[in-house]
Structure formats: C-alpha cells, structure tokens
Design a protein around this ligand. Structure first.
Ligand SMILES: C[S@@+](CC[C@H](N)C(=O)[O-])C[C@H]1O[C@@H](n2cnc3c(N)ncnc32)[C@H](O)[C@@H]1O
Length: 209
C-alpha cells in the first residue's frame, strides 16, 4: 500500500479496511491467547483493536473490555462481530487516535497487538500511556512484528523495535514492575497467494507490582 500524505491516518485505515469485508483472520492473536489464558478476568483494554477478534475472545473469557481503534470502519465491523458472538454488552468500542486521545480508566490487562501503522503513530508515547493505565497487579502485553514480510515493500518509515528497545522506551519506574516475558517467536502466516510463510514477532509482558 502506498500512503497518501494528504489523507489523515483515520482515512488511510478506513480505506484499508474497506478493501475487503475482512482483512484479518477473525481469530484472536495466538500470543494474546497464550499469555492471557492463565489470568483471572477483569478489565481489559485493547489498543488498535482492528476488527475485534481479540476483544471478542477476551469478552467470551469473562473480561470486561474497552477496545479502541482509529478506524470507524473497523470499529463498526468489530461491534457486529461482538453482537454475533453474543458479547456486545461486555465490550465498549471507542474511537481514538491514540496519539491524540486515550481511553479513561485503569485496567488489569492492557494489550497492544501489532499496533503498527503506515501513518504517523507515536508508538512509544502511546505505549507509555498504556503502561500508566495498568492497575496494580495488572499486565501490559505488547506484541509486534520483528521483521517485514517478504511480499511487502512499502514499509520504509515503519520502525520495528526489539523487546529490549520497547521495554526501555516504556521508562518503567525501577522496582515497580516485573518483566514476565521478553521474547522473539515465529508464527506461520499465509502470503497474499495463500502460501504459508514464517513471520517473526516479538512479545513483551510486564506486570505492575
Ligand atoms: C496492524 S493492525 C492490528 C489490528 C489488531 N490489533 C490485530 O492484531 O489484528 C493496527 C491497528 O491499529 C490501528 N491504528 C493505527 N493507528 C492508530 C492510532 N493512531 N490510534 C488508534 N488506532 C490506530 C489500525 O486502524 C489497525 O486496526
């Protein structure tokens, strides 16, 4: 995708979502499932929720979810998905450009899954706000790409930090957080022709004491 600098990020993402009736798999992210399954459900915040598969999975598991995205197209789609799954009452869908505004409240889980953008995303600043929104005893889970897929060539400006770099950028106060997970892992993803390829992602999970 080539980006058009005359368009806002919200317009760019709405266009991206309008390209197809569904652009993601409809399944929750595997790293989210793996890392959250053992947690007691509480209040969860999903940053850049897209079409809502993670939020719906969390709501099904008993979480009360606030899910936010810059695309109203994605949010409408996600809300339909939640209604179909019978969990509409457990998810509050909120429109935010997270570089500008951020959901109120504190959460037992804050999740940022592939919060990357072809637009102008102040990711480090957003992730610091994410950490500030974690309640005592709560968890911040950040999963991102560690490398670009071989079929994508328009990502020149997108930064893909390591988990160490993400951790450093969070500027967590010493003695108040535990690092539960900091890893790179591989995942199979189909390319646009449907052929399976290996992607490398990274995951950082920290808990506020
Ligand atoms: C790569 S997608 C990931 C979607 C979803 N988390 C998933 O894993 O399927 C990135 C998402 O972040 C959203 N996004 C990008 N910039 C944003 C911003 N400034 N504020 C809020 N959401 C944003 C996009 O609309 C998109 O849904």
């Amino acid at each position: 995708m080539t980006t058009d600098s005359t368009k806002s990020d919200a317009e760019l993402w709405d266009e991206r979502y309008r390209e197809s009736h569904r652009i993601w798999s409809g399944k929750p992210n595997a790293a989210l499932v793996r890392e959250v399954e053992g947690l007691a459900p509480g209040r969860a915040l999903d940053l850049g929720c897209g079409e809502g598969a993670d939020a719906v999975w969390l709501a099904r598991g008993g979480w009360q979810v606030t899910a936010t995205d810059i695309s109203r197209v994605a949010l409408d789609r996600a809300a339909e998905h939640a209604a179909d799954a019978g969990v509409a009452d457990r998810i509050d869908w909120q429109f935010h450009d997270l570089g500008v505004s951020f959901p109120e409240g504190e959460y037992d889980l804050v999740s940022a899954q592939f919060l990357h953008s072809m637009g102008d995303l102040p990711r480090e600043e957003i992730l610091r706000r994410a950490a500030a929104a974690v309640a005592p005893g709560g968890v911040l889970l950040i999963v991102g790409h560690a490398g670009f897929p071989p079929w994508k060539h328009d990502h020149a400006d997108m930064e893909l930090p390591t988990t160490d770099e993400v951790l450093a950028s969070l500027e967590l106060p010493a003695g108040q957080w535990d690092v539960l997970l900091s890893e790179e892992h591989e995942r199979i993803q189909n390319d646009p022709d449907g052929n399976p390829t290996t992607r490398t992602d990274n995951a950082l999970k920290v808990r506020r004491r």
